[in-house]
Design a binder for this molecule. Structure first.
Ligand code: AMP
Ligand code: MG
Length: 311
């Protein structure tokens, strides 16, 4: 091992050190299969307040609580309906957040003052190791400044927060966009935020259709705190449908095309936006992928990362 390699590995944060920092009330960046998270002890108001302060996150935007297994999730929900058990068995560990009435041990700062909590068991070996070593629930939003593009590598987290946050490096995220959020706290079920697990897949497992009456005119409700502009690069970014392609001025600009399959596209999307953001471009033009179930979560993120084409 060269001196350089040795000093790099010696300075790398271990899971045990990360758990120790979390117990001390500090924040830690950690990998999940969706995006990198910025974790705090979910039972500590002071620790969770540091997340909101560091990210510049509005207090109205609730945090997802990450747990190591189903048994632990049950402890932080005041109610655990049969549908929760079914979805957890089908999709955990994995990119599905289940919203349920919260247990008293979850402080209201985590849930943005609301009576429900979003719970998830992430499918990343390092995240699961950290949750086991910490031995408690971790509140964690994406590890980026509020409204900016989510991080999918440890280097992205360092770009966001520099030395202010120690980061566990678990390599690039395999999913690349945020989890699906499903609400089980009311009658029936509804998708609040689309993600890699589609409403169709949930309907199949629950053997019931989404509660459209509760969801209103559109089939996807907005989770509290989901902003119109979010996940956005700093370079002006414009979206267009495939048929609008003609007439785009490509001087000092690039076009991002949906040529790959949805899972590859999702895995690379945020890294591509971050890379394009360093190029000093006048504009990024993004062709929207087809309006189909497989691309729904990606379209949702692109709608928030971009503005409509100027007429
Ligand atoms: P982030 O981790 O940055 O993607 O943010 C977490 C997102 O999960 C929030 O913006 C909400 O959309 C959603 N979420 C978390 N907790 C709840 C909850 N109790 N009810 C509804 N949505 C939630
Ligand atoms: Mg986020």
């Amino acid at each position: 091992m060269s001196d350089l390699t040795r000093s790099a590995s010696q300075s790398a944060l271990s899971v045990a050190e990360a758990a120790e920092r979390l117990r001390g009330g500090d924040l830690v960046g950690f990998p999940t299969e969706t995006v990198y998270g910025l974790a705090a002890d979910a039972t500590s108001c002071d620790a969770v307040a540091k997340i909101f302060a560091l990210k510049g996150r509005p207090a109205t935007n609730p945090l997802i609580v990450h747990v190591s297994d189903i048994a632990t999730a049950r402890r932080y929900a005041a109610d655990w309906p049969a549908a929760a058990e079914t979805l957890a068995n089908a999709f955990w560990p994995g990119p599905l957040t289940i919203v349920l009435p919260k247990a008293n041990s979850i402080p209201s700062i985590v849930t943005a003052g609301g009576a429900t909590v979003g719970l998830r068991v992430p499918a990343h070996p390092v995240a699961l190791e950290l949750l086991k070593a910490f031995d408690g629930p971790l509140a964690a939003p994406s590890a980026n400044r509020s409204n900016h593009v989510s991080p999918t590598t440890a280097a992205h987290v360092r770009e966001e927060f520099g030395a202010a946050v120690a980061v566990l490096d678990g390599g690039p995220c395999s999913v690349g966009i945020e989890s699906t959020v499903v609400d089980l706290s009311g009658k029936g079920w509804r998708v609040l935020r689309p993600g890699g697990i589609t409403a169709e897949a949930i309907a199949k497992v629950l053997n019931s259709t989404m509660d459209v009456a509760a969801a209103g005119a559109t089939d996807i409700l907005r989770s509290p705190g989901q902003l119109e502009v979010h996940y956005a690069p700093r370079t002006p970014a414009f979206r267009f449908e495939a048929h609008e392609r003609l007439g785009i001025d490509l001087v000092d600009a690039v076009v991002l095309e949906p040529t790959l399959d949805p899972s590859t596209y999702a895995r690379n999307l945020y890294a591509r936006l971050r890379m394009l953001d360093t190029q000093g471009l006048r504009a990024i033009y993004i062709e929207l992928p087809p309006d189909t179930a497989a691309w729904r979560a990606i379209r949702d993120r692109l709608m928030r990362a971009t503005r409509p084409m100027p007429k």
